[in-house]
Write a protein that binds this ligand. Structure first.
Ligand code: GDP
Ligand code: CA
Length: 337
């Protein structure tokens, strides 16, 4: 069985850990390909940082900080403090000492002419995540957020000036607390899928969307040329898990992202945003938490099979059970009711 997963950072990584555990007992030999979001990527202090790819690599490789959910376990921040002493920006981005090794290897390899796919494969040889981790694209395409100028500057007509800041500045420095007027994937117009990405969607037996941010993780991957079309065209069932439970994100600020694109923060609204196949979307089935059982009928009337079950990734066992639900629902939509 070939399973392809489109993933952001923490939510994607935790789901993958459960999926891998479920498959180890139910389908040994199953192959997981992950298409990772690289819209969060950023140059910091001369280093190329890929937060979502690293979250997946560290989580599946056993090196993640379980408390923070991102970065290395047993991390120290000596270099970050030294840099702050020099007063160099950005001071708000958390570069840990162990984490730095990854960024050094990546940056050096990119400078030597290797593609991000090749560099990611080399890093994964060390971490051994048990999945094939592909960046969505080898091209530089970074999410920016349109916000009001924070200095209070206004235009000739007294309206606040707007400008674009890097996604990481909005998410980490401002904790998504300044309203986003929209998101722009700078470089996205010309970015092409990394080698293997389109084939992984076309040739999959099942495509899964873990509980990842629908706007700045999954939504970003969908903007890379050809990926959304490949999802619409694949014969594999596409099954997603809602990252919204009981009208709120489980962690993070997905509500601020959804508000910016005019989608309600509900499990049902996110499914309708992706859309069922009959209405030009790509979603065959959607899983919501038991607390959202009330949205099941509305999602089904949008042409998307929907089930409610526990959808909290509290530990690997609970997450493996979620993955099992996804695959059971995929089998149902493939064979029909
Ligand atoms: P990021 O790149 O680190 O922000 O991670 P993702 O893009 O993968 O998105 C994390 C999303 O997963 C957030 O919108 C959370 O609300 C959602 N999430 C986190 N933990 C859980 C969970 O246990 N259950 C569900 N259903 N969603 C979760
Ligand atoms: Ca992310």
């Amino acid at each position: 069985m070939r399973i392809t997963v489109l993933a952001g950072g923490i939510g994607g990584a935790r789901f993958l850990r459960g999926l891998r555990a479920h498959l180890a007992s139910s389908h040994p030999g199953a192959e997981i390909t992950v298409i990772g979001n690289t819209g969060d990527d950023i140059w910091v202090h001369g280093l190329r940082v890929c937060p979502d790819l690293d979250s997946i690599m560290y989580t599946l490789g056993g090196g993640i900080s379980e408390e923070r959910g991102w970065g290395r376990d047993g991390e120290t921040f000596v270099v970050k403090d030294e840099l702050a002493g020099y007063g160099v920006e950005p001071t708000w981005f958390g570069l840990g000492d162990k984490d730095l090794a990854t960024h050094l290897v990546r940056t050096q390899s990119l400078a030597a002419g290797f593609t991000l796919s090749e560099v990611t494969a080399a890093l994964c040889e060390h971490w051994n995540p048990g999945v094939l981790l592909l960046p969505m694209s080898d091209d530089r395409a970074e999410t920016h957020v349109i916000v009001d100028d924070q200095s209070g500057a206004v235009d000739d007509e007294g309206r606040p000036l707007r400008h674009a800041i890097h996604f990481q500045e909005w998410w980490i420095r401002y904790r998504a607390a300044i309203p986003a007027h929209g998101f722009v994937l700078v470089g996205g117009e010309s970015a092409t899928p990394a080698p293997g990405v389109l084939a992984a969607i076309a040739e999959a037996d099942v495509v899964l969307l873990p509980p990842s941010n629908p706007v700045v993780s999954i939504g970003t991957i969908l903007q890379v040329g050809g990926i959304a079309d490949a999802l619409r065209a694949t014969t594999a069932p596409v099954v997603g898990v809602s990252p919204i439970v009981a009208g709120a994100p489980v962690r993070g600020m997905a509500d601020a992202c959804l508000a910016a694109i005019g989608v309600d923060t509900t499990a049902g609204a996110v499914a309708r945003h992706y859309g069922g196949r009959a209405s030009g979307g790509f979603l065959d089935a959607w899983l919501v938490d038991g607390r959202d059982a009330a949205v099941v009928d509305a999602v089904e009337s949008a042409g998307i099979a929907c089930r409610a079950a526990p959808m909290m990734m509290t530990d690997v066992e609970a997450t493996a059970a979620m993955a099992a639900e996804c695959l059971a629902l995929a089998a149902d939509v493939r064979t029909g009711p």
